[in-house]
Design a protein around this ligand. Structure first.
Ligand SMILES: [Zn+2]
Length: 370
C-alpha cells in the first residue's frame, strides 16, 4: 500500500510553521525555483534512507578531533580540506573519505559525529533516518567494533531524545574487502543484533561483485536482519539484477542505472523495491554529467519507488534539502512529485507500521490532505 500514490497535491492549501529552524538553500538554486516549492521542500517532513554517518564528517569536526586525538590530516586547514573535495570518480572520493575517518577514535567521537548529523537533520526537518556505518573502516585500524557502534547508538539516542528523530541503524560491509572480513564483522555484531535493523554493502562496485557476499547476507537474514545494497551506481543495470538475485535485498542504494533497462525497472516496480537515489552524489562522483541526467523522472514514470537522499553530505556539497532543491530545479519537479517521493520514502523505510502512520500524518498535515 505504501508504494501506491495515495493522494495528489493539486489545489491544497499549505500550512505553515512546521519547521522550527532556518535552513540554507543555495541562492543560485532558489532563484530558479518557485519560492513556494522551496518552502514546501523545507517544511515537508523528510525520511533519509541513504546516508553514511562517516560521510557526514565535516572538516571542522575532523580538525577538532584530529587535534584531540593526535592524528594528522593531510590538509593545512579546514578550507584546504574542503577544497580537496573535487573527485574524479568513486575511488578518488573513497581515498579521501577513509583517510579522514582516522580522526574517529573514541566512543565519544562516534557519538559526536552522529549527533552533529542529527542536529543538521533536525534543522532540515528530517523525521526518520536509516543511516549506514562501516565498522570495517574502523576495526581495520584498531578501533574496536563496540566502541564504534556504542558511540553511534549514544548519538542516535541523544538525537531521538532531543529532536524526536527515529532511526533504524544499518551495518554496511565494505565490498572491496573479503567475504571473510564481512563474516567476521557480522559475528562481532551479534551481541548488538537488537540494535540493528539491516546489513548493507557499499564501497567500490566494479570488480567487487555482489555474489561474493551472498553467504554473509544469508547469515544476516537468518539472524533476523534485513538487507540493502549499493548497486547500479558504477555498475550497469545488470548489477541491480544480480544484487537482487544473490543478496535478496529489500532496497537498492543508488540503482540509477536501472533506468537503462526497462525490464529491470519493471522488476523493481513489480516487487516494490525502493531505490535510494542521491542526486548530488551522482554528479560529484561523475556517475552522470549533470543533474538533468539523474534519471529520477524515468524511474518515477516506470512506477519505481524512488527516494531522494544525501549519501555523504559533508563531501558532496549538501544535505537532503539541497538534494531536493537541486533535483527539483533540474527536472522541474512538482508538489505532486515531492509528495510521491515522500510517500515512497516512508513506505520503503524499515520503521514499524505505527511510526510509518505517524510520518504519513505529518506529511499529510503539510500537504493539507485531510
Ligand atoms: Zn552510499
Amino acid at each position: 500500500m505504501w508504494n501506491t500514490r495515495m493522494k495528489g497535491f493539486a489545489g491544497r492549501t499549505l500550512r505553515t510553521s512546521i519547521v522550527p529552524t532556518e535552513v540554507p538553500v543555495s541562492p543560485e538554486i532558489a532563484h530558479v525555483l518557485d519560492p513556494e516549492l522551496v518552502d514546501l521542500i523545507t517544511r515537508m517532513p523528510k525520511v533519509e534512507l541513504h546516508v553514511h554517518l562517516e560521510g557526514t564528517l565535516e572538516p571542522e569536526i575532523a580538525f577538532r578531533l584530529a587535534e584531540k586525538n593526535g592524528v594528522s590530516l593531510p590538509y593545512a586547514s579546514v578550507d584546504a580540506m574542503r577544497a580537496a573535495y573535487d573527485f574524479a570518480d568513486l575511488q578518488s572520493f573513497l581515498d579521501v573519505y577513509y583517510a579522514a575517518c582516522a580522526v574517529l577514535v573514541t566512543r565519544d567521537d562516534f557519538r559526536e559525529l552522529t549527533l552533529a548529523y542529527l542536529r543538521r537533520a533536525h534543522a532540515e526537518n528530517i523525521r526518520h533516518i536509516e543511516p549506514f556505518f562501516d565498522p570495517q573502516t574502523h576495526t581495520e585500524r584498531g578501533v574496536p567494533f563496540d566502541t564504534v557502534i556504542g558511540g553511534i547508538l549514544d548519538g542516535l539516542a541523544d538525537g531521538q531524545r532531543e529532536f524526536g528523530i527515529t532511526s533504524c541503524l544499518i551495518l554496511s560491509f565494505l565490498r572491496h574487502l573479503s567475504a571473510e572480513s564481512a563474516s567476521a564483522t557480522l559475528a562481532a555484531a551479534e551481541p548488538w543484533l537488537g540494535k540493528l535493523v539491516a546489513v548493507g554493502l557499499d564501497s567500490t562496485e566494479l570488480g567487487n561483485p555482489p555474489e561474493r557476499f551472498a553467504e554473509v547476507f544469508a547469515r544476516a537474514r537468518a539472524l533476523g536482519l534485513l538487507g540493502v545494497a549499493h548497486a547500479g551506481e558504477e555498475g550497469d543495470a545488470s548489477f541491480v539484477t544480480r544484487t537482487l538475485d544473490s543478496l535478496h535485498v529489500a532496497r537498492i542504494d543508488h540503482g540509477v542505472r536501472a533506468a537503462e533497462n526497462p525490464l529491470v525497472m519493471r522488476r523493481l516496480a513489480e516487487n516494490d523495491v525502493t531505490l535510494t537515489v542521491c542526486p548530488n552524489s551522482n554528479v560529484r562522483l561523475r556517475v552522470v554529467t549533470d543533474l538533468s541526467r539523474v534519471p529520477l523522472r524515468t524511474l518515477l514514470d516506470a512506477g519505481v519507488a524512488v527516494t531522494v537522499n544525501s549519501d555523504d553530505p559533508a563531501y558532496f556539497g549538501g544535505y537532503i534539502i539541497e538534494n531536493f532543491t537541486n533535483i527539483s530545479a533540474a527536472l522541474g519537479l512538482t508538489p505532486d512529485d515531492l509528495y510521491q517521493l515522500s510517500v515512497y520514502a516512508i513506505g520503503g523505510s524499515f520503521a514499524d507500521t505505527h511510526r510509518k502512520l505517524e510520518l504519513m500524518d505529518e506529511l499529510e498535515s503539510v500537504f493539507d490532505g485531510a
